[in-house]
Design a protein around this ligand. Structure first.
Ligand SMILES: [Zn+2]
Length: 317
């Protein structure tokens, strides 16, 4: 970085990705990539990406495709285990994920980040939001929420806000009585404080974030003191992720992630969402499909090179 050679053809990116500014003091032309203000000099911006599976089962072809998408593009490829759900995650699945990725040849850089070793960090992030008056305890059961709200948003039910208006006394009484509670984000208040923000999605362009339809999302669950949304934005920032490359199923969640980044003062990475693989019946691959696991494929004598070749050619299996 930092030399003054002319721009090389391999770093030419579309005009919507960059803007140029001249530093008045030095006269040097600076290239700003999106909003990250990264001086890329004559080098292409280094892409730092990650694969972040949950060790609740064996990796299947869909996971491998996601890992491969990030791996092929990244200059630095990191591996993160999203194992905050300590009841469902198992060490043998964690070990199997590492083994299967190695078998496939998708090597990662540095240490594996294991989320369950960092609950204190997520707690600190929660405290920032609590300090801004944006969290409240929710004592509802899943069944109560389902009864109160018929219209689903994706797979998650939109919370009707039942506990948002409980008095401090009522909250204290329930907590003293030992009623389990989750912590929810007061979405309307959060958007008011931070603005919704925007993000760059590679296949869609700039998108104004609109997290309001998600309602008051859970940021700390009853059974685990944090949540997917909170951990993923914290870790992406901590690990210096420049490009979040993940499946299309996670596109909508980006609206919530960009809001959390604004509230926590974290940078917004570039987002890219790849298509999902489907089985022969057109269904999305899921953990139930043991036949599609890398483990089963290896046992059946399939070569890793053949799998990667299929990814390359855009085929599923
Ligand atoms: Zn509630």
């Amino acid at each position: 970085m930092g030399s003054n050679r002319e721009l090389q053809p391999d770093m030419v990116v579309s005009a919507s990705h960059v803007h140029f500014m001249t530093n008045a003091a030095t006269g040097r032309k600076m290239v700003y990539f999106l909003s990250t203000a990264c001086h890329i000099g004559t080098d292409r911006m280094k892409i730092i990406s990650r694969f972040a599976p949950s060790p609740t089962g064996y990796l299947h072809l869909g996971h491998a495709f996601s890992a491969w998408n990030a791996w092929t593009r990244a200059d630095v490829f990191l591996l993160r285990l999203e194992d905050i759900d300590t009841a469902r995650c198992r060490p043998e699945f964690a070990a199997a994920i590492l083994e299967d990725l190695r078998w496939l040849g998708l090597d990662w850089d540095g240490d594996v980040r294991v989320q369950s070793a960092h609950f204190a960090e997520y707690q600190a992030a929660l405290e920032i939001l609590r300090g801004r008056g944006l969290l409240y305890p929710c004592f509802c059961t899943r069944a109560e929420i389902a009864r109160a709200q018929a219209a689903p948003h994706g797979v998650e039910l939109v919370y009707p806000g039942t506990c948002r208006h409980l008095s401090e006394a009522a909250r204290a009484e329930k907590i003293a009585a030992g009623v389990a509670y989750a912590l929810r984000l007061d979405m309307a208040a959060a958007v008011k404080q931070a603005g919704a923000g925007r993000f760059f999605e590679e296949s869609r362009g700039w998108i104004e974030a609109n997290p309001l339809p998600f309602g008051d999302v859970v940021l700390a669950r009853k059974d685990t003191p944090t949540s997917y949304h909170l951990c993923v934005v914290h870790d992406d920032a901590l690990q210096g992720i420049t490009h979040v490359i993940r499946g299309e199923d996670l596109f909508e969640a980006t609206h919530v992630h960009v809001l959390l980044q604004a509230l926590l003062g974290l940078p917004v990475p570039v987002y890219a969402h790849h298509r999902l693989l489907h089985d022969a019946q057109g269904r999305r691959l899921a953990k139930r499909d043991f036949a599609a696991t890398l483990r089963a494929m290896r046992a059946a004598g399939m070569e890793p090179g053949a799998i990667l070749q299929q990814f390359e050619e855009g085929r599923a299996a």
